[in-house]
Write a protein that binds this ligand. Sequence first.
Ligand SMILES: Nc1ncnc2c1ncn2[C@@H]1O[C@H](COP(=O)(O)OP(=O)(O)O)[C@@H](O)[C@H]1O
Ligand SMILES: [Mg+2]
Length: 271
Amino acid sequence: MVHVIVVANEKGGIGKTTIACKLASLLSTDSHEKVEAKYKRTAEKVLLVDTDLQGNATFFTTRQLRSQFEGRSLIEAIAEEDATDYIIELTEHLHVLPSSSKVAMFDAEFTKLRHQLEEPAKWLQRTLAPVAHNYDWIVIDTSPSLTELQLQTFNVSFGGYTNVLIPMQTERFGFHSVQQFSDTLTPVEQHTNPNLAVLGVVPVLTDGTLVDKNIMAEAKEQFGDLLFKTVIKRRAGVKKMVDTGFSEHYAKEREALQDFYDLLLEVKQHV
Ligand SMILES: Nc1ncnc2c1ncn2[C@@H]1O[C@H](COP(=O)(O)OP(=O)(O)O)[C@@H](O)[C@H]1O
Ligand SMILES: [Mg+2]
């Protein structure tokens, strides 16, 4: 069965895309021979779906700007209710459904067509359904704005859970955003997708200051076991990989990926 992971939070600039792309890259590759034994992995089939019109996940994986995908992106796939012809096969194991600026049109199209659609809230789900069986994992990167398209990602399920992974920046506003975001998920779970589940809250961009520690303690109290043990630290090597692309060839790169190795293990424990 395919595992669906939606990386989401209503706050921007907090590492959603970084997490989605690193998870998709790690899941879809064999581990480097020099990683520690507990981090060894074998490549699985992954579809990364970029639902953010900024196209950052599209760029990170394809190394091409979203403008390259005008006319052959997620939005055209949705119009056809079939992603098949729009998937970019980057490697045997990593496929991407790219974003483009036209993704911004989704909400307007939805408003216009919703009365003609059968189960309107599951338009994105139906679009991915013809290809879902090809994958072990579908990783969905999302935009920070609570648009209809964003809500549609919470309805993507193929028999199993829709696992929402929520990055939490370890500062006051980051903590608030997770609390508020949880309120957004509740009605979706009640009305359209009983399989919607928070996989976990992941502390991100931590610098190890007292503020980080205090927020983490508050989050532990609030979210209990949903708070991941893995903490994604702020690291220059992570930022750099946006320019250089995913690689774990060099020791420095593996060091930058350290927290993501742990994240992957924890994600696999929780799904
Ligand atoms: N762990 C990290 N360490 C350092 N920089 C990071 C880390 N995670 C993300 N960044 C940087 O922070 C910025 C925002 O991250 P991004 O993943 O695009 O966030 P979002 O998708 O939530 O808007 C990017 O420049 C990214 O390279
Ligand atoms: Mg992003």
